[in-house]
Write a protein that binds this ligand. Structure first.
Ligand SMILES: Nc1ncnc2c1ncn2[C@@H]1O[C@H](COP(=O)(O)OP(=O)(O)O)[C@@H](O)[C@H]1O
Ligand SMILES: [Mg+2]
Length: 444
């Protein structure tokens, strides 16, 4: 079966289902949403991610019809929805504090909205049964809400929201009330249900891992503005600003002044026959802690792997993370180098934009792209430091290394070997290194 990539946002012929056009929302003098433009496509699982108060709920409330934009327009399937009352929109909103009717059975809770719109008892019964099946609640149909668990109640609320087959389902922190374990399980259920029904989901969350796990695309918001909209992989691997880099996942930001590079830097000579150094090997995307590891570990054996979702790069393998001590490194030309500390070599980023020449920039480095070793490795960027702290995360270890000028840098290794790198310990003098493509140069 051919694997088609779901990416309507890359297709100029696709019409978005939802379109925010220069939407501003003010409450008195306060600007909650600031000239925001955004497209969301049919069948997307779209996540709004951002700190508390950045305007996520306000955007959802405007979509649902509980608020109108002060300026600009919101279109649903090409129609301006201003003036269309909430109950006439093909939109259903499920709030963080979804309330089920305590005196009604699960079955009747799901049927409630349907009964208000239709008197066709057979059709209603069919639809309710279908929803019970979809959310795997058949066994609980005759119970009352207090006789089922929190996770099950969450599924009832979801079944009720989906019963009228909305085009668009808005989920505002739907999993906020669940504990961590149940939250993860429910995320996968949501993804599964979203796929089966083909409904467009827009989910609000302040949990970056949740957004990265469930979403086709993520919008990272700050103070009423969208900072970046992209797939989880792009948000993680190619953040467009220090704000986004810092908001998603773990990152070290090193500040300095960029200089455009034109000629290859002089590294140790290397013959053309030699294989590419291990540290530069291309890694194939696979799930990791920020991706879909739970799905792959737990659910994939039963229901098969998800092929439609972009995955994170795995942490480097032991061989990648620790280049052979004497393998010479050829430094590709182009990009920028960053002067960041007196008496320290400049940091090379071959993907850096030469137009940043002379500007203050930040180099964003993900810990899993920084290797650590006790002997000096051959790599494009090599710096010396001291281990200040170590965090063991089961199969991963993160080392916090202090450089000569006090800068802290995080290096992560996969503990693939039994003894791992426990030979590196607190106070050890170490080398941290990374390739010319590992970092992202950001305009500050
Ligand atoms: N009805 C309102 N009146 C005045 N201010 C509001 C109102 N609703 C939201 N706000 C303000 O708008 C900002 C964004 O709120 P909200 O969209 O709820 O944020 P989020 O959901 O991202 O936490 C907050 O500063 C909030 O206080
Ligand atoms: Mg909110």
């Amino acid at each position: 079966m051919a694997e088609t990539v779901f990416a309507p946002w890359d297709d100029a012929n696709e019409k978005p289902l939802i379109r925010f056009r220069n939407v501003t929302k003010r409450f008195g003098d306060f600007v909650a949403i600031d000239d925001l433009t955004l497209d969301i496509y049919e069948r997307e699982f779209f996540a709004l991610l951002g700190p508390s108060g950045c305007g996520k709920t306000t955007m959802m409330r405007m979509l649902a019809g509980f608020e109108d934009p002060t300026e600009g327009a919101i279109e649903l399937a090409g129609q301006n929805i201003a003036g269309v009352p909430a109950n006439k929109r093909a939109v259903n909103m499920m709030f963080q504090s979804y309330a089920l009717f305590p005196h009604l059975t699960i079955w009747d809770n799901i049927a409630f909205g349907l009964r208000r719109e239709s008197s066709d008892k057979v059709a209603i019964a069919e639809r309710v049964d279908e929803m019970l099946k979809l959310t795997r609640l058949e066994k609980f149909a005759r119970r009352k809400p207090h006789q089922i668990s929190g996770g099950q109640r969450q599924r009832v609320a979801l079944a009720r929201s989906l019963a009228k087959a909305p085009k668009l389902l808005l989920l505002d922190e739907p999993l906020g009330a669940l504990d961590a374990k149940l939250r993860e399980a429910t995320q996968f259920e949501l993804m599964d249900i979203q796929e089966k029904t083909g409904t467009t989901f827009v989910i609000v969350t302040h949990d970056q891992e949740e957004a990265m796990t469930v979403a086709s695309r993520v919008a990272v918001m700050d103070e009423g503005r969208v900072m970046q909209v992209a797939t989880p992989t792009v948000i993680y691997e190619a953040p467009n600003s220090a704000y986004v880099a810092d908001f998603i996942g773990d990152v070290t930001l090193i500040e300095g002044v960029a200089r455009a590079r034109s000629t290859p830097a002089t590294g140790p000579a290397t013959s053309a026959e030699e294989p590419a150094p291990a540290a530069q090997t291309v890694r194939t995307p696979q799930p990791n802690a920020l991706g879909l590891w739970l799905h792959d570990k737990v659910l994939a054996p039963v229901i098969g792997a998800r092929k439609d979702i972009v995955r994170q790069l795995p942490p480097p393998s032991a061989t990648e993370a620790e280049p052979a001590p004497n393998a010479p490194v050829e430094v590709p030309s182009g990009g920028v180098e960053i002067d960041w500390a007196d008496g320290q070599p400049p940091l090379i980023s071959v993907d850096g934009d030469p137009a940043l020449d002379g500007k203050r920039v930040k180099l964003a480095l993900r810990p899993e792209k920084v290797a650590i070793s006790k002997s000096k490795p051959q790599a494009v960027n090599v710096l010396q430091g001291k281990v200040i702290d170590i965090a063991y995360l089961g199969n991963l270890s993160t080392y916090h290394v202090e450089l000569a000028n006090g800068t802290m840098i995080k290096a992560q290794t996969a503990n693939t070997r039994r003894v791992a790198r426990r030979d590196i310990t607190w106070e050890d003098n170490v080398w941290v290194s990374w390739s010319g493509t590992a970092g992202v140069v950001l305009d500050t």
